[in-house]
Design a protein. Structure first.
Length: 201
């Protein structure tokens, strides 16, 4: 007996779009994509943008998707850091992202808060410079910011430590106008759970 053909236009895999500020985030999520098998395709795009510019870029890219791509569209995420962004801008991005069904991965001061959490619980002493210094110790490298921020091979040391990072950031509240001023802060763990939906990390 012949097998039933799938109905015309039926697509089995949704596409999740992740627009990042830089290549550190892209490389990290590329590692997770290989580690976690899921029914959706996770597409990660570094943009060199942050805040309002990043949100506008993501909205623009999504608006240009083909009909088939839009039919397969799953969640959309943007990832950016506090850095020197004004709180007013971040609050506006939170509001407009929610209105457009875009989720946000946010870290204060930077994505390295999440990376350090693979080894220890971030605390108020972890300024950006100290974050880099601590990562140099744990990852056994020198001049992390200059030489290793885009080092995918170095980040592969973290792939089996995701559950530790989630535990070390579990006390941080959800992203809101209240929490954007907290430093250190990251909600990347919640984002990973939403994207990959694993029982164990």
């Amino acid at each position: 007996m012949a097998r039933d053909r799938p109905s015309k236009g039926k697509n089995l895999r949704k596409s999740i779009y992740v627009f990042t500020e830089g290549y550190t985030e892209k490389n990290y999520f590329s590692i997770l994509n290989k580690k976690y098998n899921r029914t959706a395709t996770v597409k990660v795009y570094p943009t060199g943008k942050q805040g309002r510019c990043l949100l506008n870029h993501a909205l623009g890219k999504i608006s240009t998707l083909s009909k088939t791509e839009k039919r397969n569209l799953g969640e959309v995420y943007i990832i950016f850091d506090k850095d020197s962004l004004e709180n007013d801008e971040i609050e506006g991005v939170l509001k407009d992202a929610k209105a457009n069904n875009i989720d946000i991965g946010f870290s204060n001061s930077c994505f390295e808060v999440w990376l350090l959490a693979h080894f220890e619980k971030p605390n108020e002493s972890h300024t950006k410079d100290r974050l880099y210094k601590k990562l140099e110790e744990y990852l056994d490298c020198e001049q992390y910011e200059r030489n290793h921020k885009n080092d995918k091979e170095l980040l592969m040391q973290l792939e089996d430590l995701v559950s530790i990072s989630m535990k070390n950031t579990s006390s941080m509240e959800g992203l809101s106008q209240k929490t954007i001023i907290h430093e250190p802060y990251t909600n990347i763990g919640s984002m990973i759970q939403s994207i990959y939906d694993q029982d164990f990390y």
